[in-house]
Design a protein around this ligand. Structure first.
Ligand SMILES: Nc1ncnc2c1ncn2[C@@H]1O[C@H](COP(=O)(O)OP(=O)(O)O)[C@@H](O)[C@H]1O
Ligand SMILES: N[C@@H](CCOP(=O)(O)O)C(=O)O
Length: 308
């Protein structure tokens, strides 16, 4: 078999939860991984440049390969004899920026495009992509914004089927991330959560999540964002696993900056304005990589490459 024409999939980083919207709210960020994928006659060949190079599996266990294989199965297609991947990774791993969701979405979309061509969604409709990616990653609040971009609300039906709604963030919502060098796996951070939470805490989060949807889409004023980003469901429980993160969130908030733990941490996400930008820069210091990012409005993008 000759190699197939490659497809290139670009997938954005995502920040889930945004404070109170635990397992539901997510924002797509202008920081991308790019995966070029082709079907070959034999074997699995994975080249990784950037984040994860020299660390992640490069054979059948590579997350993108696993997602591709899962997608071929879901489409009822036979498994390709060989797969070649070239990964250009910019999303740091295990920092709370949705790297695993991005890898899984990239793999599923690459497989769909390679199998189905430009009419690929007939082979695997978009809601089936959301379902498979969520099944593999476990976090629809990362998968949804990764797939469609923007600001998303994700939830599961009673039978577990994931759904999403995409909203347009207000132009004044400007995310800044402070990324530490150290990692924390999402699995470990989830292990810190209690089985049950007080009813009053759930009620407080419900109000703030609703307010946050209004703030991010229509009322991006700092005092509203400050209240709307308060959380009682996950951040404090996880703080012992990321003390520097908890401390930075606390210090930024004391200075009036709406800051939260990005996803399951340890990255800190802050909403910046001209007024808060200096406070963020001076509070964060040198131990963190600070980056002002655009909001990605498009989500995952598939291109059919000319090269072989
Ligand atoms: N682009 C990628 N290619 C291969 N594996 C990846 C990729 N991105 C993430 N992973 C895997 O997922 C792990 C991180 O997942 P997770 O703990 O959920 O953190 P994150 O918040 O970054 O999604 C990495 O340690 C790596 O094993
Ligand atoms: N809602 C999840 C989000 C995990 O996001 P990640 O980017 O850290 O994988 C959680 O908080 O566990």
């Amino acid at each position: 078999m000759t190699d197939s024409t490659p497809v290139v999939v670009r997938v954005p980083a995502t920040s889930a939860n945004l404070g109170p919207g635990f397992d539901s709210l997510g924002l797509a960020l202008g920081l991308y991984d790019e995966v070029e994928a082709a079907l070959t006659g034999t074997g699995v060949e994975v080249e990784v440049v950037g984040e994860g190079a020299g660390e992640v599996e490069t054979g059948e266990d590579h997350l993108v390969v696993r997602a591709m294989r899962a997608a071929f199965d879901r489409m009822g297609a036979s498994q390709p004899a060989g797969i070649r991947l070239r990964c250009r990774n910019r999303i740091p791993h295990a920092r709370g920026l949705g790297s695993s969701s991005a890898a899984i979405c990239a793999g599923i979309l690459a497989a769909r495009a390679l199998h189905g061509g430009p009419d690929a969604s007939a082979a695997l409709p978009d809601d089936a992509v959301l379902a498979l990616a969520t099944e593999m990653d476990g976090h629809p609040d990362n998968v949804a914004p990764c797939l469609v971009g923007g600001f998303t609300i994700a939830w599961s039906e009673h039978d577990g089927t994931p759904r999403m709604v995409k909203l347009r963030p207000h132009a004044e919502i400007r995310p800044v991330v402070a990324i530490p060098d150290h990692r924390l796996s999402t699995k470990e951070a989830r292990g810190r959560l209690p089985e049950k939470v007080p009813h009053a805490d759930a009620a407080a989060n419900a109000a703030r999540t609703a307010l946050l949807v209004a703030a991010v889409t229509q009322r991006p004023e700092i005092p509203i964002l400050l209240t709307a980003t308060e959380d009682r469901l996950h951040q404090d429980y996880r703080a012992p696993a990321m003390p520097q993160t908890a401390d930075l969130v606390r210090r930024l908030r004391l200075r009036g900056v709406p800051a939260v733990v990005s996803g399951a941490g340890p990255t800190v996400l802050a909403f910046s304005t001209a007024d808060t930008h200096d406070s963020i820069a001076s509070e964060v210091g040198n131990d963190w990589h600070i980056q002002q990012l655009d909001i990605d409005t498009e989500g995952a993008r598939v291109q059919f490459s000319e090269t072989r």
